[in-house]
Design a protein around this ligand. Structure first.
Ligand code: SAM
Length: 217
């Protein structure tokens, strides 16, 4: 089985820049275009997996704003804030909750070059009190306008690209696959290169074959 060499190179170049140690946790954002825009930013920034809490079990949908980025960024769905937070803490993430209250500190005061998760709230209400009480640090992006808040996807972009800026300046931005563990790298390489085959392998419970240098097996 083979893949076009140019396509395989492109897939490898993108995967080589992906990071497991940078993510977002999005709470109950219910407008499809916002979740779509956040995932598109995650793809652009090199986030490997994003997290989403859907308390009402709302099925997530993506519209054209996503530009297909949902295929390239895993979305880990959680049923409750507590399950999301405990999983992320177990993985070693420091959780930065975005809030516009008095306890929040200007986002430019923190170091996002290690395990970082930005926690973003719903369009109308922001973060729930439950989630706000569980994050490690509350941050905000200073604004100078009449409107009280940014669109949630815009806030996500500012924060993720600040993390990228910091990591680049500290030489911590992966470019050769070092942002992913080897198993995850090989598994994702196969799934991105041969998506239809990957689902057949998954259904039958078989492990994926290892790809050679040219993406063939
Ligand atoms: N009334 C809500 C509040 O007080 O949080 C506004 C919610 S805002 C439209 C939706 C989400 O965007 C927020 O929960 C937060 O994640 C993000 N956000 C918007 N403006 C922000 C800012 N200036 N700093 C940090 N996050 C912001």
């Amino acid at each position: 089985m083979s893949i076009l060499p140019r396509r395989f190179e492109r897939i490898k170049n993108v995967l080589n820049c992906r990071m497991q140690n940078l993510t977002v946790l999005v709470e109950d954002v219910n407008k499809p275009h916002n979740l779509s825009a956040i995932l598109r930013t995650c793809d652009a920034a090199g986030v490997f997996e994003a997290n989403f809490i859907s308390k009402k079990n709302i099925v997530k949908t993506f519209n054209s704003t996503a530009q297909g980025s949902q295929k390239w960024v895993n979305l880990n769905t959680h049923e409750s804030p507590i399950s999301a937070i405990s999983e992320l803490k177990q993985k070693g993430f420091k959780l930065y909750g975005t809030s516009l209250n008095n306890e929040s500190i200007d986002y430019r005061n923190f170091d996002y070059s290690e395990n970082t998760c930005f926690v973003l709230g719903a369009e109308k209400w922001g973060l729930s009190d439950e989630l706000r009480s569980m994050v490690d640090q509350s941050i905000f992006i200073p604004m100078r306008g009449m409107v009280q808040s940014l669109n949630v996807s815009v806030a996500a972009s500012i924060l993720l690209f600040e993390a990228i800026r910091q990591r680049k300046s500290k030489g911590k931005l992966p470019a050769n696959g070092e942002g992913l563990n080897e198993n995850e790298y090989q598994k994702t390489l196969f799934e991105w290169s041969y998506p239809e085959l990957a689902s057949i392998y998954k259904k039958s419970g078989k492990t994926y074959p290892k790809l050679n240098e040219g993406g063939e097996f």
